[in-house]
Design a protein around this ligand. Structure first.
Ligand code: SF4
Length: 464
């Protein structure tokens, strides 16, 4: 195990809640009174030459079963016909979006998330793919990054082939843990052989990147059990592995009330689970990317890290930095570069807006110049664990530490605790600091600082 383990004092100080920084400013700061007309104008402004290529996140919220740990926006139902209506509404949303975009802009990235995208019946899948093909200038599979999330327990025959024929080459499978007692406690019984079969089918069809989601911090997990899960997953040799942290927030996510908090590992044990997993995965040849992703050297995610095109977004870490990210479906978030916008999270409100011919925007935020410079610093820290400190080109070449004088003071305790080094030309997060990088990034989060003492201050998950 790694020599550099944080001690109890560090864990007590930093294994505390902090934002995950899938955006900056973070979603709790998006404003419900953001004007729809301004959003539409900003969307149209993305067509200005040179218009960035497009990336699309589509949210498909339906699931057949409820996993107790889940914090996603989802609808658990046995009625698959409910999804047919949803797909019809998505078609309307894509029409409203594409009416404001130059039709020549290539769709270089597409991600179907949820929920369970494979919940859709064959006809609904065909309808959805037909709509996507008609709405966007799709690109060849060699140039595209099209991926979907799937639940191995809910993939009807023909599904993977259908998405592959459209151009999908990435498949992301939820697994979380393979131990039977852990699976029972989270209400997700998923036999190992079933997942293996799905991986084999995907590879046989020509999917070039399979991702496995695992979670650290689930009830009844311990090192011995989790090592066994890791060994099986390594045997599958997926191109990517995402190792998420379970955030127990039962007040926010009612399904989590079914999880016995006494069965959850403590922060120190969670840390050991994570450290052991990092060690095992890197020994097995995976490159550790950002906070919680791992990929084999040939995978596009590793190339993105090497070429500086890795980005952090609402799906975690992703390639194709610099695209205009569109969001469709309930709760989906778009990033226009100049502004963020999130759709209605409620199915009825989302559908009603579309029925009325309006984009279903619920809240948004236009970035000011200060947000932009902070976003760059925070995202570089979250992706590369280092950020250069030359004068800020975005702010009239003001010296970095003159602009961030308050932050320099706030970083001092983190430097003393060995989480960060301040070098003449850069800030560097240390090996131990990597576990707590959300706190390092938070130092540069001016919006969080000004909201922290308000009664309505956002609540975040613990770092460990
Ligand atoms: S974890 Fe995935 S499959 Fe389980 S309820 Fe949540 S969205 Fe559905």
């Amino acid at each position: 195990m790694s020599e550099s383990l944080p001690d109890a004092r560090l864990l007590a100080r930093y294994a505390t809640p902090a934002p995950r920084y899938t955006s900056y400013p973070t979603a709790p700061h998006f404003r419900p009174d953001f004007p729809a007309a301004r959003w539409e104008a900003l969307l149209e402004a993305t067509n200005t030459a040179p218009a960035p290529p497009l990336s699309l996140y589509l949210h498909l919220p339906f699931c057949r079963h409820l996993c107790f740990y889940c914090g996603c926006t989802k609808i658990v139902t046995a009625h698959r016909e409910q999804a047919d209506d949803y797909v019809a509404h998505l078609g309307r949303e894509l029409e409203l979006l594409t009416a404001r975009l130059d039709p020549g802009r290539p769709l270089v990235q597409l991600h179907l998330g949820g929920g369970t995208p494979t919940f859709l019946r064959a006809r609904a899948q065909e309808t959805l793919l037909g709509m996507l093909g008609r709405s966007f200038a799709t690109v060849s599979p060699e140039d595209a990054d099209y991926g979907l999330e799937a639940d191995p327990r809910d993939i009807a025959p023909g599904t993977l082939a259908r998405f592959h024929a459209f151009g999908f080459r990435r498949l992301s499978l939820g697994v979380q843990d393979l131990d039977p007692e852990v699976q029972a406690a989270i209400h997700r019984i998923q036999p190992e052989a079933l997942t293996r079969r799905v991986i084999d089918e995907a590879r046989g069809l020509g999917y070039r990147s399979v991702n496995i989601d695992l979670i650290v911090g689930l009830p009844h997990q311990n090192i011995r059990r989790f090592e066994k899960t890791l060994e099986t997953v390594l045997d599958w040799r997926p191109e990517r592995i995402a190792l998420f942290h379970y955030a127990h927030l039962p007040d926010l996510f009612p399904a989590q009330r079914a999880i016995d908090p006494r069965a959850l590992p403590e922060s120190a044990e969670k840390y050991l689970l994570q450290a052991r997993a990092i060690e095992k995965l890197t020994e097995a040849g995976y490159v550790h990317i950002g906070l919680d992703h791992f990929a084999l050297p040939g995978d596009e995610l590793v190339r993105a890290l090497e070429t500086g095109t890795l980005q952090r977004n609402f799906q975690g870490y992703s390639t194709r930095k610099g695209t205009t990210l569109l969001g469709a479906g309930m709760s989906a978030i778009a990033d226009l570069g100049t502004a963020y916008g999130q759709n209605e999270k409620d199915l009825e409100r989302w559908g009603a807006a579309l029925h009325a011919g309006r984009l279903p925007l619920a809240r948004g935020l236009e970035l000011d110049p200060d947000d932009r410079v902070r976003r760059r610093v925070i995202m570089e820290l979250m992706c590369a664990f280092t950020v250069g400190t030359p004068p800020l080109a975005e702010r009239g070449r003001v010296p970095f530490w003159e602009y961030f004088a308050t932050e320099r003071e706030a970083l001092a305790p983190l430097v003393n605790d060995g989480l960060v080094e301040i070098r003449p030309e850069a800030i560097r997060v240390t090996e131990i600091g990597r576990f707590f990088v959300r706190h390092v990034a938070r130092v540069f989060d001016a919006r969080d600082r000004s909201a922290r003492d308000e009664p309505s201050a956002p609540r975040y998950s613990r770092v460990l």
